[in-house]
Design a protein around this ligand. Structure first.
Ligand code: ZN
Length: 261
């Protein structure tokens, strides 16, 4: 069994900022894909914003077990069509991992149904990541706690719905705390949000972060076949009710009608 992962990168800072370009000469997305490919059992490829359909045509999403998403400067350039397609893939069972500033990505906000806002500061301060669910598969093999010497600060309140599980909580040198590893289920899809990953720091070169990413891909993978048409809302006519009933009272719709959206 090989998990097919796609690492989606916005690929803007790497092209426009020398610090980011020097840290990630092949792009953050390729760096993350290389990490995943070094782990047995995962086959990772990349997709970027600049490609046709942002590199995510329907046929490719149908063949993707887990999608990872890093975006920041160009959230607004992601088309609504691709956003909806990604959300439908999640509802049908595709695993999805949102990284760092993807808290404001269109598919994340759509899947969370919330503002997804937070406080932030870019000061290269230390982030200490505590395991709040040490037996969770995503925390497997990690020291508790582990530090990232230079990171951007994200602080609470984080405007997301209460997660299924909080796997990590971060403390920052400046005093703030943040729920930095959160799991969700949306439709049939497993979702993980992982906070670290600011582009001007070498976060995606850190061995513990590599462990989180590979663990998360394995956790998010759903081996069941995809749910077909996850947004269908079919009408069930009276004569097809599981138990025999007699229609009574007036109605608006005809049998088998599509209904309103
Ligand atoms: Zn950042």
């Amino acid at each position: 069994m090989t998990i097919r992962a796609v690492v989606w990168g916005e690929n803007v800072h790497e092209q426009e900022n020398k610090i980011v370009g020097d840290l990630y000469p092949k792009g953050m997305h390729q760096c993350i894909a290389d990490v995943l490919n070094a782990e047995g059992g995962i086959e990772a490829t990349t997709a970027t914003l600049q490609q046709e359909e942002h590199g995510l045509p329907a046929e490719r999403l149908a063949q993707t077990d887990v999608l990872l998403w890093w975006g920041h400067a160009a959230h607004g350039d992601v088309s609504d069509e691709v956003t909806e397609r990604v959300c439908e893939a999640v509802w049908s069972g595709m695993g999805m991992i949102f990284l760092h500033s993807a808290h404001f990505a269109k598919p994340f906000k759509r899947l969370m149904g919330a503002a997804c806002n937070l406080t932030w500061r870019e000061a290269g301060e230390r982030e200490r990541i505590w395991l709040t669910s040490p037996n969770h598969p995503i925390a497997h093999g990690l020291p508790n706690p582990f530090d990232l010497e230079h990171e951007e600060m994200y602080g609470e309140p984080f405007g997301v719905p209460e997660p299924l599980e909080t796997v990590f909580v971060s403390w920052f040198q400046g005093g703030e705390v943040f729920r930095s590893g959160l799991t969700y289920k949306r439709g049939a899809g497993n979702i993980f949000y992982f906070r670290p990953g600011h582009e001007t720091y070498p976060t995606y070169h850190d061995a513990n972060v590599h462990k989180v990413l590979t663990n998360a891909v394995k956790w998010a993978y759903n081996p069941a076949s995809r749910v077909a048409n996850p947004t269908d809302a079919p009408n069930v006519p009276v004569d097809q009710a599981p138990e025999k009933i007699v229609e009574r009272g007036p109605r608006l719709h005809q049998d088998g009608e599509e209904g309103f959206r």
